[in-house]
Ligand binder design. Structure first.
Ligand SMILES: Cc1ncc(COP(=O)(O)O)c(C=O)c1O
Length: 377
């Protein structure tokens, strides 16, 4: 195509529908967060930006409930934070144990193998959680230097209890990596109280910030392991010994921070702190309970038993004879509501309903329940 005849009219102005995001993420973005992104861009080493970075870190420590100095946003989505955790903690030949009860456990195991980890896995059916005894037995049989587990499995809607497992992992002198992508800001994560060594999350779930910067925090054991590495971290972009210098005292350039994304992230974290973690957890729990009661009232079956059910992401079994994709399509077309289909093993048999951050609202629950009632009955 010649440049003279390039038809610009084929490229309309951006105009996205006003979706209500009730899927596995992203959640609906708080308008305040969107506004923050239009703030003028300054340099990534500007003194004002450096001050903002300090504030972001302080807010992030609040959200993670940690004193860890190395608590920063990774420039990349949740998978980048996952990869940062794995790349920095797993040295070639390290025995690694990954607990797999859903799609994201599989992803961690895949990454750990790619970084040369000698990976063993233990498995639970999708929708169930691990007991400390299972982790203990696996480590007794085959010691590991790193253990990874998903706190909130977005593929199944199960919430993994962590306290006892952290004790077991440390009794075996291993590092505990926890994926809190779908829990941070929605359910308690309590990094210091639980004694998690590496914890990471995402921005677009319970923090209701556009996908982009992804928080990670490293405790003392993890920092010591990082400092004792024999060879450099084999991922340049995610090497926390270098990224940590930009976010730490040195302020050494590593890569240009995604400035506008950090503005958004700052505003999202400010909103979390203003509401308060306890209030936030309570709101997520209350709206989830309403959703669960309503879904059961419609005759639907929830995939995860109540005691391990995640308030931020609910998996619902698709009734026999119902075309699950058609229902999701009608929710989108007629109600502007996005919910998710099943992932991996649960594909085709479940829906995934997210009530995360700004999307966790009474009016969203009521609207979705009435839409489902109309579409199903
Ligand atoms: C539990 C969990 N871990 C990791 C990820 C990966 O995050 P992202 O898609 O932002 O890269 C997701 C995304 O849904 C997730 O739910």
């Amino acid at each position: 195509m010649s440049r003279e005849h390039f038809d610009v009219a084929r490229f309309p102005e951006l105009n996205m529908p006003p979706r209500i995001l009730m899927g596995p993420g992203p959640s609906t973005i708080n308008p305040r967060v969107l506004r923050a992104m239009t703030t003028r861009v300054v340099g990534h080493l500007d003194p004002e930006f450096l001050r903002l970075m300090d504030r972001v870190q302080a807010l992030l420590r609040y959200a993670f409930e940690t004193e860890n100095p190395l608590t920063i946003p990774i420039s990349g989505t949740g998978s980048a934070a996952m990869e940062a955790a794995v790349a920095n903690m797993v040295a070639p030949g390290d025995p690694v144990l990954v607990c797999v009860n859903g799609y994201f456990g599989l992803r961690i195991a895949d990454m750990a193998r790619r970084y040369g980890g000698d990976v063993a896995t233990i498995a639970r059916p999708w929708g169930e959680v691990f007991t400390p005894d299972e982790v203990e037995a696996a480590l007794a049989q085959r010691p590991a230097r790193v253990v990874a587990i998903v706190h909130a499995e977005t593929s199944t809607g199960a919430l993994q209890p962590l306290d006892e497992i952290a004790r077991v992992v440390h009794a075996h002198d291993a590092i505990l990596i926890v994926d809190a992508v779908t829990s941070l800001g929605g359910v308690p994560v309590r990094v210091d109280a639980v004694d998690i060594d590496v914890c990471y999350s995402g921005s677009q779930k319970c923090l209701s910030c556009p996908p982009g910067p992804s928080p990670i925090t490293l405790g003392p054991r993890a920092v010591a392991k990082l400092e004792q590495r024999a060879a450099p971290v084999p991922n340049w972009y995610l090497d926390l010994t270098m990224v940590g210098k930009y976010w730490g005292q040195e302020r050494t350039y590593h890569h240009t921070a995604p400035i506008s994304a950090i503005y958004a992230f700052y505003e999202a974290l400010r909103i979390v702190a203003a509401e308060g973690l306890e209030n936030r957890w309570e709101r997520h729990r209350r709206n989830a309970q309403l959703l669960w009661d309503g879904l059961e009232g419609l005759g639907l079956k929830l995939h995860v038993p109540l005691e391990h059910r995640l308030p931020t992401l609910t998996t619902v079994r698709v009734p026999d004879g119902v075309d699950e994709a058609a229902i999701r399509r009608r929710l989108l077309d007629e109600y502007n509501i996005e919910i998710g289909g099943g992932l991996g093993e649960l594909r085709g048999t479940t829906w995934r309903i997210g009530l995360m951050g700004f999307s966790s609202r009474l009016e969203n629950v009521v609207l979705l329940l009435s839409a489902l009632d109309r579409l199903l009955h």
